[in-house]
Design a protein around this ligand. Structure first.
Ligand SMILES: [Zn+2]
Length: 463
């Protein structure tokens, strides 16, 4: 009897482990939401496991314990943890970890690792903050057949969106060329000098020779109502592993969870390529407010909806999860307004709405990514009598980003920072592709390799 119970438990473990593996692998293939994603391990597979119960049950059991980290000695585990930090350029953290360990600091292998990490650290070069590029995206197109289906939204998606395949190719290329993701707050940040004066200080981003820092952002992470049925994720959620992930609705109305937009796709890329992220940096995510954020209908106009309160709670929880995961959160104005052009009265009304309806979910944000790239000043430094700058500063903003196709556009003032952002979308890629005289992208990737053949061409010009 006891033997039978043990057998049953082992079988359960084996099968559970298999199911876990299967669900994970279906997530990895992500992208196309096929029916197989939702199908659990079927009866045939379960039957196979059952048929070999006598031996396979036990093999599965030992296989699982073999995957436990205790296979490493204490010193080895410590060293691999330190190497993990150094891979993401946290050399000081790695050194502190090794030298601070009371049990293994004297171990010869630990001493050797310490020397290697110290030698690597000695080769680092400070990144020039003026030479940091910033690229941005919108929600990624997961299903090109739905986005490019000839309806009235097709042209807009074709111009300003990027497909999943394009995004992955761009990340691969940038990784191969030595780009490393950094936070806006790594480039420059507010601090206080010895006399108590608040000022903006350049950050000391230290990278190995040949590496280049860059910032990545994603605008309109709202999963607007109009995008429903057009081949995009439907909202962001917290996955079973506690990390941010996405939901996508299938044609039959069922919902699948997995890598259906930039956040989980980039997270997985960084898991596989830790050297792509400086100390765990991710991207900047910018929200408008009028449709709610992250796919939750959190705007005041939905306050009569039965799910309004739960939507607000879940949006706030996902926002916190994103912050904990290394993402920076930003304003994109409440109403996707042209912040450089609208009246001062509307400017204040919009900003107040953003504070009330969005910042109450995201927590304090000091970054604004201007919709349409419409800055509140020209290329000269913001003057102290710039009313809009002073207003945004008074409500907490310190980082101001426009859109600019130059490789670098960085201004670090005494109390703020500005950066230009480059759109890596269908419009930019198509016109670079067809005209050899135009080159906005070759420092990042080869557009011929990246441009998705699923796009209808010509991509319409911007009016
Ligand atoms: Zn936008």
């Amino acid at each position: 009897m006891t033997v039978l119970i043990i057998l049953a438990v082992l079988l359960g473990l084996g099968f559970g482990g298999y199911k876990f593996f299967k669900s994970r692998s279906s997530v990895e293939t992500g992208g196309k939401a096929s029916a197989s994603d939702t199908v659990p391990a079927d009866t045939d597979e379960a039957g196979t496991t059952g048929g070999n119960a006598g031996t396979d049950g036990e093999a599965d059991g030992s296989g699982e314990s073999g995957a436990e980290p205790d296979a490493q000695s204490g010193a080895e585990a410590l060293i691999s943890q330190a190497r993990g930090l150094a891979q993401m350029y946290d050399y000081d953290g790695a050194i502190a970890l090794l030298t601070g360990d009371t049990e293994y600091a004297g171990d010869p292998a630990v001493q050797e690792a310490l020397k290697e990490i110290g030698d690597e650290k000695a080769t680092l070069v400070r990144v020039n903050p003026q030479e940091i590029t910033h690229v941005f995206f919108h929600s990624l197109i997961m299903d090109t057949s739905k986005a490019f289906d000839g309806d009235s939204r097709e042209a807009g998606y074709n111009q300003v969106m990027t497909t999943k395949d394009e995004f992955l190719k761009i990340m691969e290329s940038m990784y191969e060329r030595g780009f490393v993701l950094v936070r806006l707050h790594d480039i420059a940040y507010e601090t206080t000098d010895e006399n108590g004066n608040v000022y903006f200080k350049e950050g000391d981003i230290m990278l190995p020779p040949g590496k280049k820092a860059f910032v990545l952002s994603q605008d309109d992470v709202c999963y607007y109502e109009y995008m429903d049925g057009d081949g995009f994720a439907s909202r962001m959620v917290i996955g079973e592993d506690g990390k941010p992930t996405c939901e996508m609705k299938l044609d039959d109305g069922s919902v699948v969870t997995g890598d259906y937009d930039l956040v989980p796709i980039l997270n997985r890329f960084i898991e596989e390529h830790p050297g792509f992220s400086y100390k765990g940096a991710k991207g900047v995510l910018a929200f408008t407010g009028y449709n709610g954020i992250l796919g939750y209908r959190t705007a005041a106009s939905y306050s009569e909806s039965p799910t309004y309160e739960s939507d607000r709670e879940m949006a706030a929880a996902v926002a916190q999860c994103l912050r904990d995961d290394g993402w920076e959160l930003a304003s994109h104005s409440w109403g996707h307004r042209n912040m450089g052009q609208i009246s001062m009265e509307n400017f204040i009304t919009d900003t107040t709405k953003w504070e009330n309806e969005v910042e109450t979910l995201t927590g304090p944000c000091d970054i604004i990514l201007f919709p349409f790239g419409s800055d509140i000043g020209d290329w000269h430094a913001y003057s102290p009598d710039n009313e809009r700058f002073q207003y945004l500063k008074s409500v907490g903003f310190r980082y101001f980003c426009n859109v600019d196709s130059h490789q670098y556009w960085v201004q670090i003032g005494s109390d703020h920072m500005r950066q230009g952002r480059r759109n890596l979308d269908g419009y930019r890629m198509y016109y670079d592709l067809i005209d050899p005289e135009i080159d906005h992208l070759s420092d990042l990737f080869d557009v011929e390799e990246v441009f998705d053949p699923a796009r209808p061409t010509p991509v319409p010009p911007m009016s």
